[in-house]
Design a binder for this molecule. Structure first.
Ligand SMILES: *Cc1c(COP(=O)(O)O)cnc(C)c1O
Length: 443
């Protein structure tokens, strides 16, 4: 039985502002030094995921020529955004003295969002398993043979299904259809029309529900379970998705080195990751801690009305609690983050590793979207703008630095806002967002 709002707030008074729909910065009391953290997934699993993606790179390059420059690796640029930093410092006294960078996952090829990491990885792994079992593929083979007619026909006898608020569906839909799978995407009410249209154009079947994300996932899982030839991508429980995201960390390390940025105990790295169900930010953060250890400080960011990870982690109830239990409606313009109940395992995995969580009101997202356009000429979608959620609350960041013995090196922090989506947003939709942002700014 779910606990009542009153019980939850009595036990966790720190959630009172969140329950009132207010923005907050929560610092994780369970964060411990990396060496003493219990890790549910071995680091060798991240290594394996990296190796699998390398094996598939020739196939990806063949199927998606836009990845040729990176030889079939799906990666995004890391860009300094000094003008945006200045704006955040001026407007909020954000106190960003070190570098501020944007990790531009909205520009990831194929799916245009962070979901190009986890989603594509999981489908490639599934395809590999099927093809090896069928004898279409043998260890040591060149994986581009999977682009052939025989493989495509074989995959066509199999179905992939997924529940999505939009971007996961796009990622799974595009890669699955390209490989030849039948694919059914179960979309929640928050999903944007253009994402449904694009998926249908790519050959996916889209089922629409007037319910929230958890319900779309439930329907998808149920339908998939009825069909032995169907595979369900389970965003609520999938470690494959998680590992696909975790691979980002090693690549980021190379990018930072390439740009002459040092990360060590004296030069901390603060990373801000927009969070829905938790898989993407959790996987990336898990990888970052593996690569940088205590030098990496990871914060999740969530919409005030859909702060499911905050509620799950602060109460320790994880997927046993929803934002609705706290009296919030879970509705947000940030469709990629419109999730009312967190993943079953990410919050637990992150308990010793996560630095904290910031929540943000929807109105700010559109304003930041426009700010980033005007200062840096970069477009990212509203969900991705949640990556700036910490900066209106510099006192929380300062408190964190005091508590963790970083007060003397705040000026040497490198901040990375993880911009999780945007390049596929159609021009007409971008214009609507920008018009809306302008109205908000004039209010
Ligand atoms: C999915 C998504 C996220 C968060 O990922 P989760 O795995 O749901 O936590 C963040 N930003 C965007 C744009 C997304 O599509």
């Amino acid at each position: 039985m779910a606990e009542t709002r009153e019980t939850l707030l009595r036990k966790h008074p720190e959630l009172t502002p969140a329950a009132a729909g207010e923005e907050c910065g929560w610092l994780n009391p369970k964060l411990v030094p990396y060496a003493s953290a219990t890790l549910p997934l071995p680091l060798s699993a991240i290594r394996e995921a990296e190796e699998r993606l390398s094996r598939f790179a020739p196939l990806i390059e063949k199927l998606f020529p836009e990845t040729a420059a990176n030889h079939g690796l799906i990666e995004s640029p890391l860009r300094p955004i000094p003008a945006m930093r200045e704006l955040l410092n001026d407007r909020y006294g954000a106190g960003i003295a070190g570098g501020l960078y944007l990790k531009m996952d909205g520009d990831l090829p194929i799916a245009g969002s962070v979901k190009a990491r986890g989603g594509i990885y999981e489908i490639l792994k599934h395809a590999e398993t099927l093809a090896l079992r069928e004898g279409l593929l043998h260890a040591g083979d060149e994986y581009s043979i999977l682009a052939g007619e025989e493989a495509k026909r074989f995959f066509g006898e199999h179905t992939v299904q997924v529940g999505s608020t939009g971007n996961l569906g796009l990622s799974i839909g595009i890669i699955s259809a390209k490989l030849g799978f039948k694919v059914i995407v179960h979309m929640s009410a928050d999903a944007k029309q253009w994402k449904k249209d694009l998926l249908r154009e790519k050959g996916a079947e889209v089922r629409e529900y007037q319910t929230d994300y958890s319900e779309a996932v439930r329907q998808g899982r149920m339908e998939s379970d009825r069909d032995p030839s169907s595979y369900f991508v389970d965003d609520e429980n999938s470690t494959d998705l998680f590992l696909g995201y975790a691979v980002a960390a090693d690549r980021l390390k190379a990018q930072l080195e390439g740009q002459g940025v040092t990360v060590d105990a004296e030069h901390p790295l603060f990373v801000y990751l927009p969070c829905g169900i938790g898989g993407a930010p959790g996987g990336v953060a898990y990888g970052l801690k593996a690569v940088f250890g205590d030098a990496a400080h990871c914060f999740f960011t969530e919409p005030t009305r859909a702060c499911c990870m905050l509620v799950g982690m602060a109460t320790g109830l994880h997927d046993g609690v929803s934002v609705q239990d706290l009296g919030l409606d879970g509705r947000t313009q940030a469709d990629g983050l419109a999730v009312g109940r967190p993943s079953s395992f990410v919050g637990k995995a992150m308990e010793p590793l996560l630095s904290g969580i910031f929540t943000v009101r929807d109105e700010r997202l559109l304003v930041w979207m426009r700010d980033l356009m005007e200062t840096e000429d970069i477009f990212i979608e509203p969900s991705a703008c949640a990556a700036f959620a910490a900066f209106p609350h510099p006192e929380v960041l300062r408190e964190y630095c005091r508590e963790r013995g970083l007060a003397d090196r705040m000026e040497r922090i490198t901040h990375i806002a993880w911009a999780t989506g945007g390049s596929l947003v159609p021009q007409t939709v971008r214009r609507d967002y920008l018009d809306e942002a302008k109205r908000l700014a004039e209010k």
